[in-house]
Design a protein around this ligand. Structure first.
Ligand code: NAD
Length: 339
């Protein structure tokens, strides 16, 4: 709202631990006086003509504000629902999934100085949902790669690398085997290279990438990695494991042409839901990515520093997933004190 300088952001609080970690974000934003007004957003899925759909009011709300923050959504099992996360990506054309994975200051893990940025194609590849039984005992699953979707995500990755000052773009693929599909992805990256003379393009086979990143994560600190959907799914969890050892710390952004949705990487954690045990850091860091995207960097820096200082201040201020004794609410209070 240009007259008040305030932003309205739809908030999908999600299932399981979603409401608990969402409360933490709301409390911290309020204490930090962030100029954001939350709007409750209900995406409880509807099954229409065998297709999972999001209620129209939620679609309108998100299209209107062009942005949303999202907690984890549980995928209902056995009701014929497609994953709601996949539905959201399709509905809003969220073509790029941006996953930074950074070592957390003051919390020691096996690997030090991890600072990885991965961009995953978010709409096609093995996630196109085209599978059929050819004959009893024989199934076919189609990996769909298109020029349009590949170009969109690779161009975004070049631009992202430029924007965050990383001079290298690493395209991860297996075009020795998937000659046409991954071959197209790699060729598009090469075609676009002349538009980005300041970014050095490298292509790397996925098997080499997993070996290299486990052996020497800091060797990717000057790079942004981009890859087709399934490789990105797997590599990004590997990166999370290397950086923090906990999914409770990893944020992400789903970027589309019009709409962008920011979310924690982890699921609804049903095993600890309702017990005041969840670590809200991943959703908080996702909300910081959202603030950066909105041009509210000063609030983002303030909140991120308070989170990192809290985690570094000792096990009594860390939640159970980081071998600490804090609850969701006591962690939140400590972050507020550190703002
Ligand atoms: P999960 O991420 O929910 O849980 C895996 C493990 O990590 C559990 O032990 C859990 O307690 C722990 N964990 C996760 N988040 C945590 C946090 N913030 N703090 C502390 N510990 C945390 O994965 P799952 O059990 O495979 O999935 C549960 C449900 O979530 C499923 O219905 C799945 O479809 C859904 N899911 C949703 C998303 C999403 O919305 N983006 C992502 C993954 C899974």
């Amino acid at each position: 709202n240009p007259s008040t300088g305030r932003f309205t952001v739809p908030f999908i609080e999600g299932d399981g631990v979603g409401p608990e970690i969402s409360k933490s974000v709301k409390d911290i934003f309020k204490a930090a006086q962030v100029p954001v007004d939350w709007e409750y957003c209900d995406v409880s899925p509807l099954l229409i003509n065998g297709l999972t759909t999001i209620p129209e009011p939620a679609v309108q709300q998100i299209n209107k504000h062009k942005i949303a923050l999202k907690g984890p959504l549980a995928t209902p099992i056995g009701k014929g629902h497609r994953s709601l996360n996949l539905t959201l990506r399709k509905t809003f054309g969220l073509f790029a999934n941006v996953r930074p994975a950074r070592s957390i200051r003051g919390y020691e893990t096996t690997y030090k100085n991890v600072d990885l940025v991965l961009i995953r194609e978010n709409t096609e590849g093995e996630y196109s949902g085209i599978e059929h039984v050819v004959a009893p005992g024989v199934v076919q699953s189609i990996k769909l790669i298109t020029r349009d979707a590949s170009e969109r995500v690779i161009r975004y990755a070049y631009e992202y690398a430029r924007a965050i000052g990383r001079p290298r773009l690493v395209v991860v693929h297996k075009s020795t085997i998937q000659k046409l599909a991954d071959g197209l992805f790699v060729n598009i990256a090469k075609e676009l290279a002349p538009e980005f003379p300041d970014i050095k393009l490298e292509t790397e086979l996925i098997d080499n990438t997993v070996l290299n990143v486990v052996r020497d994560p800091p060797s990717y600190t000057d790079a942004v990695t981009v890859c087709p959907n399934l490789y990105g799914d797997i590599l990004s969890d590997l990166n999370s494991g290397l950086s923090a050892g906990s999914l409770g710390l990893t944020p992400s952004a789903n970027i589309g042409n019009e709409v962008s949705i920011f979310e924690a990487v982890h699921g609804s954690a049903p095993d600890i839901a309702g017990q005041n045990k969840a670590n809200p850091t991943a959703l908080l860091l996702s909300s910081c990515m959202m603030l950066n995207y909105m041009g509210l960097e000063s609030y983002s820096n303030k909140i991120e520093n308070a989170i990192l200082n809290t985690i570094a201040s000792g096990s009594e201020n860390r939640t159970g997933d980081l071998a600490g004794t804090a609850t969701t609410s006591s962690f939140t209070e400590s972050v507020i004190k550190n703002l």
